[in-house]
Design a protein around this ligand. Structure first.
Ligand SMILES: [Cu+2]
Length: 364
């Protein structure tokens, strides 16, 4: 404090800018060191500041929400039901999607304005059989233009996939002529922002042959690019692939907080959809081996006398498939994307098999 007047006297015009530059350098160094120290536990807002120091003032990026990897959801928090029901009966599936922008919790205590189909992230999973007709009405109840692009359909981008303004609606009809699990998403420009901020989902078109299983599940993988609390995700971070989290079914460590209960020696199927928008998925369950793998419309592996086993379903953004497996004994079985940098960023869930003790997971 005492030498402040002396510094001013020695030349305000040159010393002050010098101190300002030094201050900016210190902030950047703290940002870089902080990011490295935290490692793969969580990503901090300073990551984007460090990546683009010249273009983005630190004051703006520092407003971005930050995930506390040690935080727990509130006692009234509910996980998204991971169970995937069978295809509904009937050959025509008539559904309506309200397109809305809503406040949603994406990690314990972290609220974001998510852009949604029917207020859900991911949007509702549709399911049918080959030859079925899907008649989907989209209603824009938001404050910006939106659209929908069903990868399960063959229609003109300039027709069914066109953007509609707030208050408008559109009917998008298609026949399910190909089997698989297909992405749908908003394609309104910038599509990266609309997908990265929650406007995605999946359509399952059952292949003609599906083995009987005890239960089916649906698991999407996607990234989160946090904006300030209560605001939409950060487009600049999406463009530079600086995700804060990688999540299953829209929520950080969702099925660690709410493990999925199953039984040993029964057969299960998980449909997996990589919604991206940017990152790949290496879906793996610790402690079991897939004896059936279906990816992008085709069986890669089915049980036979050659006894082939698979450890990972690899999916690039917008690719989908399913795996089938059993658990050999009671206990906890983590599921992850085996790109392990993302496991500490929220891509972690658990199967609790039989009498498994889930108390160590700390969830509900
Ligand atoms: Cu949109």
């Amino acid at each position: 404090m005492d030498n402040t007047p002396a510094l001013k006297k020695s030349g305000e015009a040159t010393v002050l800018p010098m101190f300002l530059s030094l201050f900016i350098v210190i902030i950047l160094v703290i940002g870089v060191l902080g990011y490295r120290a935290i490692g793969d536990q969580t990503t901090v807002a300073s990551a984007s500041a460090a990546a683009t120091p010249a273009a983005t003032p630190a004051a703006e990026t520092n407003n971005n929400a930050v995930i506390d990897a040690a935080a727990m959801p509130a006692s009234d928090w509910k996980s998204r039901d991971p169970i995937q029901p069978s295809a509904p009966t009937g050959k025509i599936h008539t559904v309506s999607f309200d397109m809305t922008e809503v406040q949603m919790e994406v990690a314990p205590g972290v609220m974001q304005e998510m852009w949604t189909f029917n207020g859900q992230v991911p949007g509702p999973t549709l399911r049918g059989s080959l030859g079925d007709t899907f008649k989907v009405t989209i209603v824009n109840k938001g404050k910006m233009s939106h659209s929908i692009d069903f990868h399960a359909s063959k229609v003109a981008w300039s027709d069914e996939m066109r953007s509609i303004a707030p208050g408008e609606s559109l009917v998008y009809t298609y026949t399910a002529d190909y089997a698989g699990v297909f992405m749908y998403h908003c394609g309104t420009a910038p599509a990266l922002h609309h997908i990265g901020n929650g406007m995605y989902g999946a359509v399952i078109v059952d292949p003609p042959v599906l083995a009987p299983v005890e239960k089916e599940f649906f698991m999407s993988q996607s990234e989160l690019y946090l904006g300030p609390d209560g605001k939409p995700g950060d487009l600049a971070k999406m463009m530079s692939e600086k995700w804060d989290a990688v999540v299953f079914n829209g929520y950080f460590n969702q099925y660690k907080f709410a493990p999925i209960h199953v039984d040993a020696n029964k057969r299960y199927r998980i449909w997996v959809m990589n919604e991206g928008p940017n990152e790949n998925s290496a879906f793996h369950i610790v402690g079991t081996i897939f004896d059936t793998v279906f990816k992008e419309g085709s069986y890669l592996l089915q049980p036979d006398t050659r006894k082939g086993g698979s450890q990972v379903l690899d999916l690039q953004p917008a690719q989908g498939g399913f795996v089938e497996f059993t658990f050999a004994e009671d206990g906890l079985y983590p599921f992850v994307t085996h790109k392990f940098a993302n496991v500490g960023k929220g891509a972690l869930g658990f199967f609790a098999v039989g009498k498994a003790d889930t108390s160590a997971l700390g969830g509900h």
